[in-house]
Design a protein around this ligand. Structure first.
Ligand SMILES: [Zn+2]
Length: 208
């Protein structure tokens, strides 16, 4: 059952590995089926190159495994906490992508320095407070930022993006790393200019 959900998780996991958002077996992503109240999530400790649809794990809303040969990602509690707290979110992409994680390590948020940050990341990229990996507390911590923004850096850990579906969460994860990379490079050659509130407002209004 849930083949479509599993195929989607597999496709974006392979994309994330090919796009260097995931490395080794780190990073994880999930989708939540609100009708059936089940989550499809990447397995723990399976390499992305060899991952198949059978490796994707299905758990119920309490984290009880329903399908899959492996354990769910060690961050399954964080993923479920997000789906429980934020009812417009149906997909989560969590990475340890290197530029974004570097800013998370120095606890430095990324101001709105790029036009793409406005539509894709909701503006400034904030840092959520450290909590133990694998804990529900980590989910509670990231939700404090994700309640008002679709993306967050995670102190001493990585980055996280959410969306109403996996395609939206995934492109956000790509833009998190892109913004972090450009901010890093721009800090080397000068003082990055942050977009003004008026510029952001005018641009948002131009979408209508
Ligand atoms: Zn992680």
């Amino acid at each position: 059952m849930y083949t479509k959900l599993k195929e989607e998780v597999l496709k974006y996991s392979k994309d994330a590995f090919a796009g260097k958002l995931f490395a080794g077996t780190s990073g994880n992503l999930s989708v939540f089926d609100r009708e059936n109240k089940v989550m499809a999530i990447t397995p723990s400790s399976v390499r992305y190159e060899t991952m198949t649809v059978k490796d994707i794990v299905i758990v119920d809303q309490d984290g009880i495994k329903l399908e899959g040969d492996h354990k769910p990602s060690s961050e399954w509690k964080m993923h479920l906490e997000i789906f429980h707290q934020l009812d417009t979110v149906n997909a989560v992409v969590h990475t340890h992508s290197p530029y974004a994680t570097s800013f998370a390590v120095v606890n430095k948020e990324i101001p709105t320095i790029l036009i793409e940050m406005v539509p894709f990341l909701g503006g400034d990229l904030k840092v959520s407070k450290y909590a133990s990996p694998g804990s529900r507390e980590l989910g509670i911590s990231v939700c404090k930022v994700l309640r008002n923004s679709p993306a967050s850096l995670m102190q001493n850990h990585g980055a996280i993006a959410v969306g109403e579906d996996l395609s939206k969460a995934y492109i956000r994860a790509e833009y998190i790393e892109d913004a972090a990379k450009i901010y890093h490079h721009s800090l080397q050659i000068g003082k990055p200019r942050t977009m003004t509130e008026k510029e952001i407002k005018d641009w948002v209004e131009s979408w209508d």
